[in-house]
Ligand binder design. Structure first.
Ligand code: FES
Length: 174
């Protein structure tokens, strides 16, 4: 075999530089944001992009971890002083809408009297976020239910008794 007629090895594919990666990333982020704005309200997009109260309060006065029907989980931790929810934080492995709902529900709870916080429902979250698509209403329900469970945990820890939502307000899908 004539060594001179061998096909030269193919050149390795050229790797994009940092600038090209940044450009592609920017395009993808821009496209994702454009799609999100088509589906969600401006409030949901803003809350999701800059969520408040992300994390876990340690120690805390009340906590709960709930898993929604979709399989996503939310954790809320609270601090309560003299009958007021002074701090609230959340963690979730859920969708962007759930991040927005966790941020919204902790913002709603902070600084609120304990009894008033118990009355928060998914409707309050939806009002703050200017709604969610029907396919994501359960994300607001998960956030509201986790908050009430964390408040109830505080009650149990402190030995107090109080009925959540005495009016029978539903935190779920109503
Ligand atoms: Fe599961 Fe949002 S899709 S909580």
């Amino acid at each position: 075999m004539d060594e001179d007629k061998k096909t030269p090895p193919a050149a390795p594919p050229s790797m994009p530089g940092d600038a090209e990666y940044d450009e592609v990333l920017e395009l993808l982020q821009g496209e994702a944001l454009r799609q999100a704005r088509e589906i969600y309200s401006a409030e949901v997009v803003a809350e999701c992009m800059a969520p408040q109260n992300v994390g876990r309060l340690e120690p805390c006065d009340g906590t709960a971890v709930l898993t929604g029907g979709c399989g996503d989980t939310m954790e809320i931790t609270l601090r309560v002083e003299e009958g007021v929810v002074t701090e609230a934080a959340f963690l979730t492995d859920g969708c962007g809408a759930t991040v927005a709902c966790g941020s919204a529900v902790t913002r709603l709870a902070r600084g609120r009297k304990f009894e008033e916080a118990l009355d928060l429902t998914r409707r309050d979250i939806l009002a703050l976020l200017n709604g969610l698509p029907p396919s994501h209403l359960h994300c607001a329900a998960l956030a509201a239910e986790t908050l009430v469970a964390a408040l109830t945990d505080h009650l149990e820890r402190s030995g107090a008794t109080m009925t959540a939502n005495p009016e029978g307000e539903d935190h779920g899908t109503r």
